[in-house]
Design a protein around this ligand. Structure first.
Ligand SMILES: Cc1cc2nc3c(=O)[nH]c(=O)nc-3n(C[C@H](O)[C@H](O)[C@H](O)COP(=O)(O)O)c2cc1C
Length: 190
C-alpha cells in the first residue's frame, strides 16, 4: 500500500504539515510505504489552457509538475493537506490541481484511466482555517472532491479544524494529532 502526502501550505512545519505528518505516521504504522511532496518547494506553473493535453493526455509544460504526475500514478492513497486562504484552498494546492487538467483529458476526451490504471484509490482531505467562519471549508472541499472525482479517487474522509491560526497551534488542540494518526491507520486499513 503506497500513500502519497501532498503538502500545500507555504508554511513548512505549520498546522497542516503537522497533521499530514501524523496521517502518514499512522499509515506507516500499518505497513504502508509513504512519501511526501511539498508543493511550496517545487516550481509549478499555472495551467495555460493550451489544450495540448486534449490530444496527448500529457501536459506540455515541462516543470516540477511532471514529477507530481508520476507520484500520483504511484499512489494507492492520496492525502491532500492545505490550509484555507481567502475562503478557498491555498494557491500552492490549486495550481497543482489545475495542472491535473491533462488527467481530466485522459479520462473524458481520450477515454483512458486518468492515473494509468484502474486500481482502487482513496483520498483524504486535511485542512485548517484560522477562523470559525461559517462555510470556511466549503469551497476547498468542493475543489478537492472535484479533483478526486476526475482522478477516480474515492473521497474517503476529511480532517478539518477551524479556529487554528498561529504556526503550531494545532498541537494545542485536544486530539487533532491523534485523530490524524488514526485517520492514517484507517486510510490504509480500509
Ligand atoms: C493568505 C492567507 C489567507 C488566509 N485566509 C483565511 C481565510 O479565508 N479563512 C480562515 O479561516 N483562515 C485564513 N487564513 C489563516 C490560515 O488558514 C491559518 O493560519 C492556518 O492555520 C494556516 O495553516 P498552515 O500552518 O498549515 O499554513 C489565511 C492565511 C493566509 C496566510
Amino acid at each position: 500500500m503506497r500513500v502519497l502526502g501532498i503538502a500545500g501550505s507555504p508554511r513548512w512545519g505549520g498546522n497542516t504539515d503537522l497533521l499530514l505528518e501524523e496521517v502518514l505516521k499512522g499509515a506507516a504504522s500499518k505497513g504502508a510505504e509513504v512519501k511526501t511532496v511539498v508543493l511550496n518547494r517545487l516550481r509549478i506553473a499555472p495551467c495555460q489552457h493550451c489544450d495540448a493535453c486534449l490530444e496527448t493526455g500529457c501536459c506540455k509544460v515541462r516543470d516540477d509538475m511532471q514529477g507530481v504526475y508520476d507520484e500520483l500514478e504511484w499512489a494507492d492513497r492520496i492525502v491532500l493537506a492545505a490550509p484555507i486562504h481567502f475562503m478557498g484552498i491555498s494557491a500552492q494546492m490549486k495550481v497543482m490541481i489545475d495542472r491535473c487538467q491533462c488527467l481530466w483529458a485522459r479520462k473524458y476526451v481520450l477515454k483512458v484511466p486518468p492515473l494509468g490504471d484502474d486500481r482502487p484509490r482513496k483520498g483524504l482531505f486535511v485542512s485548517v482555517g484560522g477562523t470559525k467562519y461559517r462555510n470556511v471549508f466549503t469551497g476547498a472541499r468542493q475543489v478537492v472532491k472535484s479533483l478526486f472525482t476526475v482522478l477516480n479517487i474515492e473521497y474517503a474522509g476529511e480532517l478539518l479544524f477551524e479556529g487554528i491560526d498561529e504556526k503550531g497551534a494545532i498541537t494545542r488542540h485536544p486530539d487533532a494529532l491523534k485523530q490524524a494518526f488514526e485517520a492514517g491507520e484507517m486510510l490504509v486499513g480500509e
